[in-house]
Design a protein around this ligand. Structure first.
Ligand code: MG
Length: 334
């Protein structure tokens, strides 16, 4: 067979920055396997993630607004796609490995609970084993997907685990995804909050708008261009102090005015009751979980596996299971 992969590996060596992660120099997979004749290791990981069931479930998981009825609100899936594209744009500009960034970005939120961060907070509070969505994303690709995990490369797994702001990814592509995640959510959450009527565009802090731009697209451009300017041919990725400060100020503003806004959070008490109800039920009735989860109890303990099952649910699946357990059904006749 024509040596497509080797050709591409050579191309990476020629065109990528000395600071890029080369697919031919990957630290490899937990279970060694023969390489694909066509695709590089990172291209293959991207495809493994794209085709997995957890990826498709992101479509019905909350980003910020719970189960929005409007067609244009972000979901966890569209957020993921925006992160992927922003990370690829940054990596293309910096001559880093776009395929690696894409794989990390597509996998970064696979472990997110239903109902956004509220779901995560509740699980973390009630499960003694603790719960963090980035660690859960790694569990999904390492253990839960496809019967025994996706067996991804070290670099993709590392980027998924370390995508949060306080993470320390070992590749620049991982750092690019971490920035891309923040750039994506700060900007698209502004857009969605305005759409939802939770935020008036005139409320956005004037100084941030003056520095970053007065539209969704301009603000994303400013942030990406700044990273490209500041980081080109450097062994680290960063923003200039001025843009970073304005971005952080905007992020803080979003926390105060949107993420913690009582209007956007009006249903959160119900989310807590629902997640707690499911957690208690499956802790008492572990046999009621599907076999693909139940089979892990002997190895990881009941609490961790109940977290796995609940975290894997979409918003609507969680509601359906809760209703089946706790809401009496109306009689429809025999
Ligand atoms: Mg994210």
């Amino acid at each position: 067979m024509t040596e497509f992969r080797q050709y591409y590996e050579e191309l990476e060596k020629k065109i990528l920055s000395p600071y890029a992660a080369l697919s031919s120099e990957s630290k490899g997979r937990m279970h060694p396997m023969e390489k694909c004749p066509l695709r590089t290791e990172f291209q293959r990981d991207r495809d493994r993630i794209l085709h997995c069931k957890s990826f498709r479930r992101l479509k019905h998981k909350t980003q910020v607004f719970l189960q929005p009825e409007g067609d244009h609100y972000r979901t966890r899936l569209t957020h993921t796609l925006e992160v992927s594209q922003i990370a690829r744009t940054i990596c293309r500009a910096l001559r880093l490995n776009e395929d690696l960034a894409e794989a990390i970005a597509l996998g970064h939120d696979l472990g997110h609970t239903p109902f956004g961060h509220k779901g995560e907070d509740v699980l973390n509070k009630i499960a003694k084993c603790g719960f963090e969505h980035n660690e859960q994303s790694l569990r999904v690709v390492d253990i839960l997907e496809a019967g025994g995990g996706l067996n991804l490369t070290f670099e993709v797994r590392d980027g998924i685990l370390n995508h949060k702001k306080d993470g320390k990814p070992s590749t620049l592509e991982g750092v690019a995804v971490s920035y891309a995640d923040r750039i994506a959510y700060i900007n698209h959450d502004i857009d969605d909050a305005i759409r939802a009527g939770v935020l008036g565009p005139e409320k956005l802090p004037k100084r941030c708008i003056r520095i970053l731009g007065d539209s969704h697209g301009r603000r994303i451009n400013t942030m990406i261009f700044d990273i490209a300017e500041k980081s080109f041919d450097k062994p680290a990725i960063g923003m200039s102090a001025r843009i970073e400060e304005a971005t952080e100020e905007l992020r803080d503003f979003m926390f105060e005015n949107v993420y913690l806004n009582p209007l956007a959070k009006s249903e959160e008490g119900k989310v807590a009751a629902l997640v707690e109800g499911l957690f208690d039920h499956f802790m008492k009735n572990p046999d009621a979980m599907p076999e693909e989860y139940g089979k892990h109890i002997s190895q990881y303990g009941c609490e961790r596996v109940v977290c796995d099952y609940i975290a894997g649910m979409t918003d609507r699946y969680a509601i359906r299971i809760f209703e089946g357990l706790f809401v009496p059904e109306s009689w429809r006749g025999l």
